[in-house]
Ligand binder design. Structure first.
Ligand SMILES: NC(=O)c1ccc[n+]([C@@H]2O[C@H](COP(=O)([O-])OP(=O)(O)OC[C@H]3O[C@@H](n4cnc5c(N)ncnc54)[C@H](O)[C@@H]3O)[C@@H](O)[C@H]2O)c1
Ligand SMILES: [Zn+2]
Ligand SMILES: [Zn+2]
Length: 385
């Protein structure tokens, strides 16, 4: 650990440890539906690690599923629990580096005062997948905010473990926008999985944070059409602002007919599924043309039942799963910094940390918000709250 005490400003940007408070506010998960605000010691980074002051942390659909006790996180008769208790949640964050040693400085190319985001998965770098460069499928699967090995960002400070993947992001963008790098990298990975061609008609199902990112990424690939589907007109309006040239409300429009009309009766070339709703799966199988590509990004709360033979006998579809946002963070950051996304509208709510429960409830409600973020270090009376 580098000596952090310096009296020569300008020669070393490392602050004195005594400028960092001893304690901090943090949300602590004690189990499903049992998240509490606590005053905890500010963690001390070990060798090769960094301490960051958290500026913003987004609340994601998976945070909510974990909060509500979903089997994927807490286990059931088919699987063991993956999430742990006594963990600070939060994996979509941006913060400023306040303390690090030379090892961390060299590895990440960042210094005190730099603003950084960190990929949500903290790979073990030892398993078969990590070994082969497929780090997002790491067997250990430490993701910030679900495991004690990678405490999350619903806190004023967070330690970046030495195994983390960290990227620098401009200080010119609002904190909540910068933290959107996480969901956007996820959406861009789904888009990469689709191998979009210039002549494709691409349909994106769902216009939540993931779907809007998919629309933005698909538009950047410049296909013939990007069609966005949702049942909320407000979200469809936002999809248009992200570049979708056709938006359809599934509760009103004859989606199959519109897509047929666009494609000489053949059907869509690519379907990106980002709704989390089982109904969107048969919807996609029906919308696609023969030999089309179906990218599945959702995490479902219940089993999905479909006529599986559409994939084989009827259409010989290419069905591809996608998970996290590997190798897409630089592009996501570039997209955010470019100002091309309507991030003021996508990042719809910013709340101080102590109002985390209200934030979770807003996400659960699903109709009043797109991306809800918590701003640790911002008091309850702040105008941004
Ligand atoms: N695979 C991963 O690594 C990963 C990472 C992050 C999120 N996700 C998953 O991605 C999914 C989307 O996340 P989100 O945060 O954008 O969710 P969200 O709930 O905010 O948005 C989903 C949207 O889909 C719409 N919708 C529901 N049924 C539909 C249908 N049949 N057709 C069209 N639209 C429909 C809803 O109105 C809503 O606007 C979730 O299931 C989430 O868990 C997966
Ligand atoms: Zn997330
Ligand atoms: Zn691994």
């Amino acid at each position: 650990m580098q000596q952090i005490d310096t009296d020569r400003p300008g020669e070393d940007r490392t602050p004195r440890r005594d400028t960092i408070p001893r304690t901090m506010q943090a949300v602590m998960c004690h189990g499903p539906r049992d998240y509490r605000l606590a005053e905890l010691p500010v963690p001390t980074p070990g060798p090769g690690e960094a301490l960051i002051r958290v500026e913003a942390v987004g609340i994601c659909a998976s945070d909510l599923k974990c909060y509500h006790g979903a089997a994927k996180f807490w286990g059931d008769e088919h699987r063991p629990a993956w999430a742990e208790t006594e963990v600070i949640p939060g994996h979509e964050f941006v913060g400023t580096v306040v303390q690090l040693d030379d090892e961390a400085r060299r590895r990440w190319g960042v210094d005190v005062g730099d603003r950084v985001v960190s990929e949500q998965i903290v790979p073990c770098w030892n398993c078969r997948y990590c070994d082969r460069g497929q780090y997002w499928m790491c067997t250990v699967h430490d993701i910030y905010g679900f495991k004690r090995a990678a405490m999350g960002a619903m806190a004023e400070y967070l330690v970046l473990p030495g195994r983390a993947l960290t990227h620098r992001v401009s200080s010119d963008v609002p904190a909540a926008h910068a933290a959107f790098a996480e969901p956007l990298s996820c959406a861009l990975h789904a888009v990469e999985r689709a191998d979009i061609r210039f002549d494709d008609v691409v349909v994106v199902a769902g216009c939540g944070p993931i779907g809007l990112g998919m629309v933005s990424g698909a538009v950047a690939k410049f296909p013939k059409h990007v069609v966005a589907l949702d049942m909320s007109d407000a979200k469809l309006d936002l999809a248009r602002a992200c570049g979708a040239d056709i938006t359809l409300n599934i509760s009103r429009d004859d989606v199959v007919q519109v897509v047929r009309d666009l494609t000489d009766g053949y059907g869509a070339d690519v379907y990106l599924e980002g709704t989390g709703h089982p109904s969107a799966v048969p919807q996609g199988l029906n919308l696609l043309r023969k030999l089309g590509t179906f990218v599945e990004y959702s995490v479902f709360g219940s089993d999905v039942t479909v006529d599986w033979s559409i994939i084989s006998d009827d259409k010989e579809l290419d069905v591809r799963g996608a998970h996290l946002g590997p190798h897409c963070w630089p592009a996501a950051i570039r997209m955010i910094e470019s100002g091309r996304l309507p991030l003021d509208r996508i990042c719809s709510h910013q709340l101080p940390l102590e109002r985390f429960q209200e934030g979770l409830d807003l996400v659960a409600d699903g109709t009043r918000s797109i991306k809800v973020s918590l701003l640790p270090g911002v008091g309850p009376g702040s105008p941004t709250a």
